[in-house]
Design a protein around this ligand. Structure first.
Ligand code: HEM
Length: 533
């Protein structure tokens, strides 16, 4: 670890930092400017002259300052820091060096966000929070693009545009700005019962974090760790805050949103400025390939957790955030996370939500960040060397040398070698007819919602009921309210009755067999690597 506490990423960024106070004012062409307050004009009261290049450049640059905000997660706050593995417990499970070598200090950039609101919306709204981490590893960038809740609203990414259209402000009047109280969201929810488990989390106090420093993070999907021999192990990633997980209560969030809409952003900034560096522990739940079907839910279903009683979370390292960005736009706004940014030792599963994400992030960033060269932006640039045949495009900043930009070539001067130990995809056998059909193993939408409800203390249940009543109670069409209550009856009759009574809906008849917790059959311990880490 360096004596000055600076990471390799800090040093890499030095070359890009501008310090205007040490310079004279110039144009973009480097010409010194003598007057930036008065435009050039014939006579004191004449019109502005076209030849005033400084005036034109200043206005033109200003006119083009805005880029599109993120289509979701538009509002966020970021910070730099580092990650250290505790030990080599994952050696033999993954070839990812940063997870297995405790001597390495891997620089990170983390961005926390709300999901639905626009860039200028308030921090303390009822919403999911994004928790995205870019690890600048020696083997390339790995992005863990997670949320503060362990499950998601939908099971297949093809529904994501529908879901986001329902959750964002309504198209005719752009209301509500950032709130879970509107007709389209609840209409989608009542018609898509797979949202039920996530809606329980969203109506809980988890949706009102007191501080980004006090939030858990989850990769949500099942990923794969892959060792040097090409053997895979399923993995769920967890971040656990050292300060514990804490929420505001609903009434506080309302007042704070009015008095200080930047509440969470300010808290993170000030803590880091004061040297009160937030810290998280990275944990993993590991499942042997042989146990893929050992659960009563599908590991590929992102609306399900793996209960920790069944597979414990093993701590494998810690992350500290110790430096605020120098410039919000350059770093926090231009950072580009992508679930497909993986390094050797980490691979995907066939989770249909994850598979959609593997397409969506790069696609959106091509427009948000203006073409294919955004990976050269300082915050996105890997620490490991980048060398390939990608050329040209808007905002190309690399001056590629050499005659040839293709592979293979025999002319030399521009042809990087193919690495013998380069990234190899996990060799999973996949065989099937092309069909648009969800596996039956994705069909249970309620058991884990029930598990969640049953795990709550009485006061937490009261908060959940109050949240459903508040949010759903603002929905105008009664059939939408009734539809949601019908879904909730499958979670727990008590929940459904209490919500129904608060929103003018007839309480549902109790189901013939009350729903209960479901537990998975025992795992095959012989094949479970969870004992070894
Ligand atoms: C941001 C798509 C599901 C976490 C985004 C963005 C898109 C997107 C287009 C904006 C990215 C940018 O402009 O740079 C999708 C799709 C999903 C999906 C298509 C499902 C098919 C999820 C899930 C999670 C998640 C399940 C959490 C596990 C995030 C986070 C960000 C984000 C944290 C903000 C990243 C940042 O801070 O820049 N998503 N998303 N998304 N998404 Fe997703």
């Amino acid at each position: 670890m360096p004596a000055d506490g600076r990471t390799d990423k800090d040093r890499q960024l030095d070359a890009d930092r501008a310090a205007p106070e040490e310079t004279v004012l110039t144009t973009d062409q480097g010409v010194a400017v003598g007057d930036t307050d008065n435009s050039l004009r014939p006579g004191e009261r004449g019109p502005t002259l076209m030849e005033d290049f400084h005036f034109r450049e200043k206005l033109t640059h200003f006119d083009h300052e805005r880029i599109p905000e993120r289509v979701v997660h538009a509002r966020g706050a970021g910070a730099y820091g580092y990650f250290e593995a505790y030990g080599d417990a994952l050696a033999g499970v993954t070839a990812a060096e940063f997870l297995t070598d405790p001597g390495l200090r891997t620089p990170v950039f983390v961005r926390f966000s709300t999901v639905a609101g626009s860039r200028g919306s308030a921090d303390t709204v009822r919403d999911v929070r994004g928790f995205a981490t870019k690890f600048y590893t020696r083997q390339g960038n790995f992005d863990l693009v997670g949320n503060n809740m362990p499950v998601f609203f939908i099971q297949d990414g093809i529904k994501f545009p529908d879901f986001v259209h329902a959750v964002k402000p309504e198209p005719h009047n752009e209301i509500p700005q950032a709130s879970s109280a509107h007709d389209t969201l609840w209409d989608f929810v009542q018609l898509q019962p797979e949202t039920t488990h996530m809606m329980m989390w969203l109506m809980s106090d988890r949706a009102l974090p007191r501080s980004f420093r006090m939030m858990q993070g989850f990769g949500v999907h099942t990923f794969r760790l892959v060792n040097e021999a090409g053997e895979g192990t399923f993995v769920k990633f967890h971040w656990k805050p050292k300060l514990g997980t804490h929420s505001l209560v609903w009434d506080e969030t309302q007042k704070v949103a009015g008095k200080d809409p930047d509440f969470n952003r300010r808290d993170l900034w000030e803590a880091i400025n004061d040297g009160d560096f937030p810290e998280w522990e990275l944990g993993v739940q590991l499942v042997a390939e042989a146990d893929e079907h050992a659960f009563d839910f599908d590991l590929l279903d992102p609306t399900k957790i793996i209960p920790e009683e069944e597979v414990p979370v093993r701590p494998v390292g810690r992350m500290v955030l110790d430096r605020n960005p120098d410039n919000f736009f350059a770093e926090t706004e231009q950072v580009a996370f992508h679930t497909a940014n993986v390094v050797p030792g980490i691979d995907f599963s066939n989770d249909p939500l994850l598979q959609a994400r593997l397409f969506s992030y790069l696609d959106t960033q091509l427009i948000r960040l203006g073409g294919p060269n955004f990976t050269q932006l300082p915050v996105n640039r890997p620490l490991s060397e980048v060398s390939n045949h990608h050329r040209d495009g808007y905002h190309q900043t690399t001056v590629h040398r050499g005659q040839a930009a293709y592979h293979p070539n025999s002319l030399g001067g521009g042809c990087p070698a193919i690495a013998g130990d380069g990234y190899t995809h996990y060799q999973e056998r996949v065989d099937g007819n092309k069909i648009r059909k969800r596996s039956e193993s994705f069909a249970d939408h309620y058991s884990q919602a029930t598990l969640f409800w049953n795990s709550m203390a009485d006061w937490e249940k009261e908060h959940i009921v109050a949240a459903f009543r508040f949010e759903l109670g603002k929905v105008e069409p009664m059939h939408v309210r009734e539809g949601v209550v019908r879904n909730l009856a499958n979670v727990h009759p008590d929940l459904a009755t209490r919500v129904a009574e608060g929103i003018g809906v007839e309480p549902p008849a109790p189901p013939a067999t009350p729903p209960g917790d479901r537990r998975s059959p025992a795992l095959s311990q012989a094949n479970s690597p969870t004992d070894t880490v």
